[in-house]
Write a protein of this length. Sequence first.
Lengths: 241, 278
Amino acid sequence: MNGAVVAETVRRHLSSAGFIAYLLFLGLIGLLASGFAMPGSLWPSLVGLLAIITGSAIVGPEFSTGALQLIVSKPIRRSVYLLSRVAGVFACVAMAAAVGLGAEVAGRLLRGDDAVPWPRLMTVFAGALAASLLTIAMLTLLGSVTRAYFNAAIYLGTEAALSAAQAVLGMLRIRGQAMGDFLTSHPGIERGLATVDDVLFASVPAELTGTWLLRIAVTIAVALVLACAAFERREVPYGAD
Amino acid sequence: MTDRGVRARGVRKAFDGHVVLAGVDVDIEPGEVVGLIGPNGAGKTTLMSCLLGFLHADGGRIAFDGRRNDDLRVRARTGFVPERVSLGRRITGWQFVRYMARLSGVPRAEVDRRVTDMLERLELGGAAGRPMSQYSRGMLQRAALCQALIHEPDYLFLDEPASGLDPNGILLVRDLIAEQKRRGAMVLLNSHQLSEVEKVCDRVLFLRGGVVARAETLRHADRIVMAARLLGGEVVLIDGRDEAEIAAAVRRLVEGGAGVVEVRPHVADLESIFRGET
């Protein structure tokens, strides 16, 4: 990990009016969520959205601006640079999650709630962080092989395609006929699709289990290892003759 | 041949079957300034990218003082000025150079002093606190030079460093290149400005068709070459190890009855070479 890259990544976000506005918006949503009976509503989704926005800009745009050529000419391993960028972006997303959590807790205290539902809130907070890191890792992997913001398009496209495929297969199974019968007799197809969806685009369960956390950790590790391997070998062309 | 300096042998690179470099040999000695010239599409940027490790050569060998170009010890001694620099709109010149200095391995205790000195040297001190989005092309170029020189590199790669600079800036770049040469750094200069190449380079490599089509020595480290123009327009080259030898040669010409009109340092006419080769 390179401290200069992490610090620069955090500084870049904190000096962005858009990022600060997003934090304020998240705080307001956290306050609003404090009025709901179900703790930890709304703001975790915004944290996930922020992870997509910030995660998509880890390396892609730097290819286009030419900034990456300067970086790779420096004595820093590309994988170290990449992981440091991930750490910086994750720190910013964690900051946003903390704002959401803090606002909801503050709202509940101001409303005079008898007891802040700490266990549930902490579960939601930890789940949001884990899911965000997974999102960032997946976008980093895609960003290490694509340019600009194509990684976000591929990420969202794949997520939508998996959901659509599951819905279509479900409908075909219910309709019966030859295809429906085939799907009924081969439940592994739908189960496999659901597993791939859950592994790549994890939804946070009501209770965080060790198995879920371990699966997320393994997926993140695999994604980052592959991203580093791709980025180490990737050509970084610049200019034109 | 020693391991010292930059050695590239038979560097080849093709894109989608289109051969850009067809076996380029380059040798650059410490303290030597080499210019890379050639028409658009000749492969100058591709060659520089291969040397710097941005692109992987399809074949050939590249070594910096005997080490591979992706060795971090080589990178720690490399400076690179791209034709255009961009690192975001909100970063200030000071933050940019400081970030680059830290990545270059400048000791933490020295970073701030060196950044301040370098920005002053490149006449950016007054604009150091301004976002780089407000910089002119020339100011961006100066900032790029700051980040490339701040760790006193031994291998300096300059891609159109004078691009967008005013006359003062061009003179400054000339001085900086001369300084690097005196320090013993090797400099590879990729430029379309032939007059600048002529003024600062010891040697030029003319790239065409993916190979070094011609190499021309502009200045010799161990001897002086002067051109004496005689009455009638004839030009005679005088070669000597020092000024005394040149003076003796001129005296012999005069004593031999030649009307010497002018004696000046002999520099290859790059414009003629360029025209002849393209």
